[in-house]
Design a binder for this molecule. Structure first.
Ligand SMILES: NC(=O)c1ccc[n+]([C@@H]2O[C@H](COP(=O)([O-])OP(=O)(O)OC[C@H]3O[C@@H](n4cnc5c(N)ncnc54)[C@H](OP(=O)(O)O)[C@@H]3O)[C@@H](O)[C@H]2O)c1
Length: 333
């Protein structure tokens, strides 16, 4: 008999999530039914959408029930199988949830190819909520091209880090916005940004004016709020403003602050485009093939910040919301 540890949401957060909103419990795993597999969860992807699912029905990405394991995508390893589709030892991607073990019907899971990259890459650079999101936003919506000046907010996080590199590969000049010196240094030294702006130090609008004297052609926004306004004030004619997310708003979704300077859009014949990554599902194989190629050629990397232990899952959500990581945040249960 296998015993699993699970992190349950016991109370919906009021504003910023805190450890006491969660509880770690143990449970015996039941016997497998036909078609099912028992998985050991190897890596959990700590994604911004998790925060909004903790809210009630108004959550941007749907809601989860209280007293159930927190929703999370992840990579699992098949420990036992009663399915012809998956064998013991296979690595799979799917909705693992915040737990050490899970049982799913095999047809709910995607077997991942570990021959070229570690399985957890399918949560990061090749992950739907990370690399493929950055591709959909930067390439499909932002239509980035050589010579563009591109600004990315939340640039030192998972989606942001990939978005910056995609823009560099396209031949753009890239400026990342992040909180703090260490993250700005990471963006210029490790990720290849041409410059970085610390939104926590000084006037971001002024800094963007200095860094983008001819205006911003593509703004890839992960943050919303004041950061979006500062960028809008600096867009060039015919700019593309891509709304990937608005993490500055996720702790208070009933009082979302919209952009004040949205009239820069008509003034400058610009476009503001929002997207959800699943809208581009037909392109996922092409995106994966291209990103894999860039990884192999050494043109793309996604540093990881790994937190060990399922008990640290609540702390990881808190770290994501407060910027306590660089690159892709993962938990190994
Ligand atoms: N459209 C889609 O289909 C889709 C899919 C996946 C993700 N997303 C969006 O992509 C964005 C990034 O998600 P991720 O999972 O990759 O997270 P992440 O960027 O790895 O982590 C979030 C980062 O946001 C920054 N942040 C948090 N609160 C902030 C605030 N009030 N103001 C400014 N920055 C703040 C923090 O960095 P600092 O230290 O720099 O503040 C933190 O590191 C989110 O908005 C998410 O909703 C969209």
């Amino acid at each position: 008999m296998t015993t699993a540890k699970k992190v349950l949401l016991t109370k919906r957060p009021e504003g910023e999530p805190v450890e006491s909103d969660f509880e770690v419990v143990e449970a015996e795993m039941p016997e497998l039914n036909d078609g099912e597999v028992l998985l050991k969860v190897e890596h959990l992807s700590i994604d911004a959408f998790i925060r909004t699912t903790l809210d009630g029905p108004q959550g941007l990405h749907g809601t989860m029930d209280v007293d159930t394991p927190v929703m999370a995508l992840g990579i699992g390893r098949v420990l036992d199988s009663r399915s012809d589709e998956l064998n013991q030892g296979d690595a799979v991607f799917g909705p693992m949830g915040a737990q050490t073990h899970v049982i799913w019907p095999a047809n709910m899971l995607r077997k991942v190819d570990e021959s070229e990259v570690p399985a957890r890459t399918y949560l990061g650079a090749l992950g739907m909520t990370t690399g493929l999101t950055a591709y959909a936003g930067m390439i499909c919506c932002g239509e980035v091209k050589e010579g563009d000046t591109v600004v990315v907010s939340g640039a030192a996080g998972a989606v942001g880090t990939v978005a910056c590199q995609l823009a560099k590969i396209a031949g753009a000049r890239v400026i990342g916005i992040a909180g703090g010196d260490e993250k700005c240094k990471f963006l210029t030294d490790d990720i290849g940004c041409d410059a970085a702006a610390d939104y926590k130090a000084g006037d971001l609008n002024e800094k963007l004016k200095e860094l983008c004297p001819d205006g911003i052609n593509v703004f890839f926004d992960n943050v919303g709020g004041d950061v979006l306004d500062a960028a809008l004030d600096n867009i060039a004619k015919e700019a593309r403003v891509v709304i990937c997310g608005a993490i500055s708003q996720y702790n208070d979704m009933e009082n979302v602050t919209g952009p004040r300077l949205y009239l820069r859009i008509p003034e400058r014949n610009a476009r503001m485009i929002g997207f959800t990554v699943d809208h581009y599902a037909e392109l996922f194989p092409k995106m994966e093939a291209e990103i894999s190629g860039w990884i192999k050629e050494g043109k793309m990397q996604l540093p990881e910040h790994v937190m060990d232990g399922i008990e640290n899952f609540p702390g990881a959500i808190i770290a994501l919301m407060t910027g306590g990581h660089m690159g892709k945040l993962l938990v190994t249960p």
